[in-house]
Design a binder for this molecule. Structure first.
Ligand SMILES: [Fe+2]
Length: 298
């Protein structure tokens, strides 16, 4: 059996996370060998960036996503266009300037997120990604052992007004009536074993409410302890967007943060997510949905 030589050019951006991928025009008709290279690059570098993909529209963006697996529809926010495109738009008050992994308030949160830039402000509005696998691997051994045994409860019903005190009434209403229309609570292991790479990574971020069986004050201290290792600058990469850029990340091994520093300038992107697996802890325990009783629409 022979292996085809790689056709993509991959340039690393940081020591722990991030690479630029050149030599591919994204869409739904890529050869399986190219898709395999893209997938391998995303698994290795955690987030990969493609410039100059202006030819993508909603349909082609979705078609590219489908090459990586079945698509995942957001459980509460309606699609911007087509069936799956999640809108990220500053005019809706969408400013994800909180460290998070996408949709961790459900058990089988997305495996990959693929974000396409449409309108980018003249300055600011960068996104930062962090590697949650290196954050775990570089912990001292006693802290890895502590994390291995913890479980945390994630919910979409966080205190939006406390996180965004400057939000206006329309933005608060949109959060309550759309994003948090159905309350989800899911218990995840704090450490999951990646189904493709076997790496362990930390499962935390903004949707965490508390740790299972641990009171609020101790939960907060534990959260800050582990989350702080994820957010360290050495563990991150920062991307300065241009219109037509695409970022694709392994949502099972990263968190990200959208820097809210472009003043009132418009910023609009579209996100497609690829279905993920229910996380499995090092001891084999799985994540479980606490609320509602079953995933709606499944
Ligand atoms: Fe996000």
């Amino acid at each position: 059996m022979t292996t085809a030589p790689p056709t993509l050019r991959i340039t690393r951006l940081g020591g722990r996370i991030g690479a630029v991928v050149e030599g591919v025009r994204l869409g739904g008709e890529l050869a399986p060998s190219i898709v395999a290279e893209i997938r391998a690059a995303a698994l290795a570098h955690k987030v990969i960036f493609f410039r100059d993909q202006e030819h993508l529209d909603e349909e082609r963006h979705e078609a590219f996503g489908r090459l990586l697996g079945p698509l995942f529809a957001h459980p509460t926010v309606p699609a911007a266009d087509g069936r799956y495109a999640f809108p990220v738009d500053s005019e809706h008050g969408d400013r994800a300037n909180r460290w998070h992994t996408d949709v961790t308030f459900v058990p089988d949160y997305p495996a990959f997120s693929i974000l396409r830039a449409i309108t980018i402000p003249p300055y600011g509005g960068n996104t930062v990604w962090a590697n949650t696998a290196t954050a775990y691997a570089l912990l001292p051994e006693p802290l890895r052992a502590l994390a291995d045994g913890l479980r945390a409860i994630h919910t979409n019903e966080f205190d939006y007004a406390a996180v965004r005190p400057e939000a206006d009434a329309a933005q608060l209403a949109r959060f309550r009536e759309v994003f948090a229309a159905v309350r989800f609570r899911t218990e995840h292991p704090v450490v999951r074993v990646h189904p493709e790479t076997g790496e362990r990574s930390l499962v935390l971020g903004n949707f965490v409410q508390r740790f299972a069986g641990i009171r609020a004050r101790d939960s907060q201290l534990l959260f800050e302890l582990f989350q702080g290792h994820i957010e360290r600058p050495e563990n991150t990469v920062r991307w300065q967007w241009r219109a037509g850029d695409v970022a694709m990340w392994d949502n099972r091994a990263t968190q990200h943060y959208a820097v809210d520093d472009s003043d009132g300038h418009h910023r609009s992107l579209r996100r497609i997510t690829v279905a993920g697996e229910v996380p499995v802890a090092p001891d084999g325990g799985e994540s479980r949905l606490l609320e509602p009783a079953a995933m709606p629409g499944r």
